[in-house]
Write a new protein. Structure first.
Length: 202
C-alpha cells in the first residue's frame, strides 16, 4: 500500500488513542481491543473520506466487462475513461455488479486499457498507512469514542470502587463521538463542492 510522508503507523495511532483516553500505562485497554476500535473508526473514515485514485485496467477484446477486483480496497467507481487520451475525454456510461463493471460503449473494447477513477478505503498497519496527519487526528477521535463507549456500556451495571466511572466514560464517548461525526460530515466527500463538466464521447 502506498505510504504517506511521516509514515503514520498503527503503533502511532494506538499511542495517540491511549493518550486521549489517559491510558498510557495500558491498564484499561489491551492493544487488541484498541486495534478493534481503530479499525471501526477507520471503516467510518474510509466511507466518508476515502482515497481518490485512478488505475489503468486492460480491457478484453470483444468484451465490455472490466474486472475491478484488482483494485485494492475499492469503495466505489466514480467514472471510466475509454478510450484513453482523447480530447475531450471519453467517459462512457457503465453498470457495476459485484466485482464486474460493464462499459456502455457503442463497440466492444479492443483490448487496450481503460482508466478507472475510483475511491478506496484507507489502510494502516505496523509499517505505515495511507493517512495524512489531518486524517490521523480524525481517526484518533473516532477510535477513542468507540473505546470509551464500549467501556461505559460494559461497566454500567457493575459494582465498582468508582461508581461514577461508567458515566465518566459515557460522557467522554459522547463528546468524542459528536466531534468525530461532525468532522466526517464537514470534510466528507459528499459535502464538498466538486466542479464537473460533462463530456460526450466522440
Amino acid at each position: 500500500m502506498p505510504k504517506v510522508r511521516g509514515m503514520i503507523t498503527l503503533t502511532d495511532i494506538r499511542g495517540r488513542v491511549r493518550s486521549d483516553l489517559s491510558d498510557t500505562s495500558t491498564a484499561v485497554w489491551p492493544d487488541d481491543q484498541l486495534d478493534r476500535h481503530i479499525a471501526h473508526a477507520l471503516s467510518d473514515l474510509s466511507l466518508a473520506m476515502p482515497r481518490e485514485l485512478s488505475a489503468d485496467i486492460a480491457t478484453t477484446e470483444g468484451s465490455r466487462e472490466l474486472n475491478v477486483a484488482v483494485l485494492d480496497g475499492l469503495v466505489d467507481v466514480e467514472m471510466v475513461e475509454f478510450p484513453i487520451g482523447r480530447f475531450p475525454p471519453c467517459y462512457p456510461g457503465f453498470a457495476s455488479w459485484a466485482q464486474a463493471l460493464t462499459l456502455h460503449t457503442p463497440q466492444p473494447p479492443d483490448g487496450t486499457d481503460a482508466r478507472v477513477f475510483y475511491t478506496a478505503s484507507h489502510q494502516i498497519d505496523e509499517d505505515g498507512s495511507t493517512l495524512s496527519e489531518h486524517l490521523a487526528e480524525i481517526l484518533v477521535t473516532g477510535a477513542a469514542a468507540y473505546a470509551a463507549l464500549e467501556l461505559s456500556a460494559g461497566t454500567a451495571n457493575e459494582v465498582t470502587l468508582q461508581p461514577a466511572a461508567s458515566e465518566r466514560y459515557a460522557a467522554l464517548s459522547r463528546a468524542r463521538l459528536t466531534a468525530f461525526r461532525q468532522l466526517l460530515h464537514t470534510y466528507g466527500r459528499k459535502n464538498r463542492v466538486r466542479p464537473r463538466r460533462m463530456y460526450v464521447p466522440a
